[in-house]
Design a protein around this ligand. Sequence first.
Ligand SMILES: Cc1cc2nc3c(=O)[nH]c(=O)nc-3n(C[C@H](O)[C@H](O)[C@H](O)COP(=O)(O)O)c2cc1C
Length: 192
Amino acid sequence: MTRIAIIYHSGYGHTAVLAQAVAEGVGKAGAIADLVKLESAEQDFSGALAAVAKADGVIFGAPTYMGDISVPLRAFFVATSKAWMAGEWKDKLAAGFTNGLTFGGNKDHSLNSMIVLAMQHGMIWVGPAQPLGNMNGNSTAAPEAVNRIGSALGVTAQSDNAGADVTPPAGDRESARQLGERVARLAAKFTA
Ligand SMILES: Cc1cc2nc3c(=O)[nH]c(=O)nc-3n(C[C@H](O)[C@H](O)[C@H](O)COP(=O)(O)O)c2cc1C
C-alpha cells in the first residue's frame, strides 16, 4: 500500500491544522498517512527518519518564521545527511506546505527551502497544480478559494492572529487536502 510521510512543525497549532488536512487527502486517495510532528531542533529525529524511509512520498510542512521554514524542520533537514549520503530518498516524491500571518510573507522562500532539500536528495517535487485563487480578476481571493495566496510551488496558507479552530480558513484547508490526495495518487502510479 502507498505510504506518505507528513513531516511538519507547528509552533501554535495553525500549521498542524493543515497537516491534518493533508493527511485526510492522503487517506482519500486510499494511501496510508504517517503524520509526524516535530517538536524542537534538539529532539531525536529517528522516528521521523524512519517514517520517511518507509514512505513512497514525503510532504514537508512548517510555518514561515522570519521568511523561512521554522527551525525544527530546518534541523530535521540537517539530520537527513546520512540518508543523503546513501541516496536513500532518491526517487521518492516530495511536496510541501507553509503558513504565515501575512498574504505574501515570503512564504515561497520557505517552499524553496523544502525544494532545495528535496532536489539534493534526488526526490521528485510535486506542485499543487491548483489554479491561482484570484484568477477571476478579483483583487482578493475569498477565504473559501483554493490556492487563494497563489503559489505553484506548494500550498501557502494564511492564518490570522486567532485560534487554530477558526484560521487558516476553509480554502487553505481544502488546498492542503488536495495536495495530500495528489501526492498519494501520483505516488501510487509512480511505484506501480
Ligand atoms: C518568530 C515569528 C516569525 C514570523 N515570521 C513570519 C513571516 O516571515 N511571514 C509570515 O507571513 N508570517 C510570519 N509569522 C507568523 C506565523 O507564520 C503565523 O502566525 C503562523 O500561523 C504560525 O503557525 P503555527 O501556529 O503553526 O506556528 C511569524 C511568527 C513568528 C512567531
